[in-house]
Design a protein around this ligand. Sequence first.
Ligand code: NAG
Ligand code: NAG
Ligand code: NAG
Ligand code: NAG
Ligand code: NAG
Length: 681
Amino acid sequence: MTVASCVLDSLLIANRGEIACRILKTAKRMGIRVVSVYSDIDSNALHVKMADEAYRLEGVTSLETYLNQRKILDIARQANCQAIHPGYGFLSENVEFARACEENGVVFVGPSSEAIRAMGIKSTSKEIMLKAGVPVIPGYHGKEQDQEFLRDQAEQIGYPLMIKAVRGGGGKGMRIVSSSSAFQSQLESAQRESASSFNDSQVLLERFIPNPRHIEVQIIGDYHGNTVYLYERDCSVQRRHQKIIEEAPAPGISTELRTRLGNTGVRVARAVDYHNAGTVEFILDRETEEFYFMEMNTRLQVEHPVSEMITGVDLVQWQLMVASGQKLPLTQEDLQLKGHAFETRIYAENPNENFMPGAGTLTHLRPPQPSDTIRIETGVQEGDEVSVHYDPMISKLVVWDENRTLALNKMKKALSQYQIAGLDTNINFLMSLCSNEHFMKGDVHTGFIEEHKDQLLNRTLPETHTILEAGLSLLLKQLEQCRLQNAKSHKNVFSLLTGFRLNHSLVQSVQITHSNQDYIVRVAFISPSSYRVFLKSDPSTCLLIKNASLNQVSKSGYELVGEGETGKIKSSVVCLKDSVHVFTKNGSFQFTIPDKSYELEPADSGLSSVGQVVSPLPGMVDKVLVSLGQKVKTGDPIMVVIAMKMEYVISAGTSGIIEEIFYTAGQSIRKNQNLVKIVPI
Ligand SMILES: *[C@@H]1O[C@H](CO)[C@@H](O)[C@H](O)[C@H]1NC(C)=O
Ligand SMILES: *[C@@H]1O[C@H](CO)[C@@H](O)[C@H](O)[C@H]1NC(C)=O
Ligand SMILES: *[C@@H]1O[C@H](CO)[C@@H](O)[C@H](O)[C@H]1NC(C)=O
Ligand SMILES: *[C@@H]1O[C@H](CO)[C@@H](O)[C@H](O)[C@H]1NC(C)=O
Ligand SMILES: *[C@@H]1O[C@H](CO)[C@@H](O)[C@H](O)[C@H]1NC(C)=O
């Protein structure tokens, strides 16, 4: 194996996306010259822009590009790089590549090729672990298939146990046996199904652990005999066997169990003479608190930042130090666990369609403000495509706080501040996960999402005011466009509206759709920049907003600002060609716009019915503009009502003669109260 004899000064990163950027940041901070490689799709990617030098990998498929061992080694030589960091995925656990690096005198930032090989084959690694005294799941994986023999094995393993077809897949030939008496019949049935499905009746037996936890230990070792653990992570909550949220430390674990997990992780690493960073995965029985070795990942993992957050260690820095032959800077005793960290993976996917991955353009991308305790690990920028060729992960959001409750709250808040428009994401899903009472209690296991899917996948519906804000934003945007287009045409109704002439009797409607539900939002113009917004289906809904404006803050990002009834309104809105997005504390809501989304309504519609003038809102009468017996026309102002410090002119819904006036200036009125009576002529 190759270890740099001195401090590294050049590094090739054989990866892309967030992990390439993550490694780049640390390497540059350490003063290392960094070389990136890229496929054509990635030629403008962040990891290319951030690098000191970047080399193209010709071709389309991953095999031709990021998996092209020969080409990558050639570039390393050409660019004079001492070392290659493989990141995760791609070549990170490739035995031949690690060996090729060793043979070519290039430092592979990772373990030796032998260690990768030993851990790469599950049966081999389990044998090594058994020898090293590391607990593995009790089971029988041998060739002997005699029924009596298997029954003996089953008694030794204990119940509940699982019978699995050796060639199995998709649950075929799999049985869970709860007691000794059921074994015989279940075995025969599993063998029959296995034979008919796979033309092979061979089965294996394994202790069955219902809804276990997936807990993994971060370890790192140097070439001076030091191996430490950086505590454990809980990654139990998964969908389609992929992690979406990870935390460190694992919740509800005693100090004694934590120490035992950590020490076992170190024992696993030592058993294969492991160097550099690695992760030992365990399955933990929630009932008995027993844990078993599953496998070891011989690379830096996606979720490594949560371990960094609770220990203050930069794992990439330690990886590069180890690779250059230095000692680990801290001993086990020096390492202190502090606080709690969460990581969520933000994916371009649709949770409501079985988490189907999506692709598309990140038309609007605004992450929360990063800080010492909020990390955003990403490899994309606004305008980038999320390509079908690679993982649909947009970014990782990592937060830290003093305890789990505080950290989870911080995560929720940060997720709500993560603005993405242009493609579907799992952000709302992650938010409901963070708000789930069982998750909040730390009651996690591998079947968590399946168990709580009704709750978790229950689409959060927008609050009424969110719908109204979306409608108003869309209308303001359209008015602004019309104003620009027709700046000179005085006949245009929009220029009248947006000019400084009072037109209190005009109502406009826009139609927007969310989750297959159509909403018609009506906007009544009270005075320039003051509006009453309500749903056509329910005129009692009401958003009153004064001094409203839609301010552009980025290419498609806006802020809807104004004064509402209970205080200032300031909402983040994104207007795209065919959708409006409103970002709220409870998640982001996407409203689609049908082709013909707005139309002019006849004056006064929705305000007063024939013969009556009603107050559409509670307030105080400021002025009465008519007197008894006066003749009025439709649309004539009748009264001025003050509500939330805003003047609201109420006008006649019909022509006629004022027969009665029910209020005088200074009186308060309730919503929908009759103000005057008009007798039509
Ligand atoms: C089933 O397995 C037997 C024994 O291994 C073999 O001889 C036979 O060709 C297989 N049949 C099919 C359809 O694969
Ligand atoms: C978390 O920390 C906050 C602030 O110190 C404290 O109020 C709260 O009780 C803590 N929660 C738990 C579960 O320890
Ligand atoms: C889904 O949400 C609706 C309303 O938002 C609620 O009435 C219903 O109980 C929820 N269903 C589940 C399974 O939580
Ligand atoms: C308000 O707008 C309507 C419709 O365009 C127009 O007929 C009316 O004259 C306007 N009223 C005022 C006071 O500007
Ligand atoms: C968020 O949800 C809560 C509870 O459903 C609701 O009271 C609150 O108004 C919502 N906030 C926003 C900004 O939508």
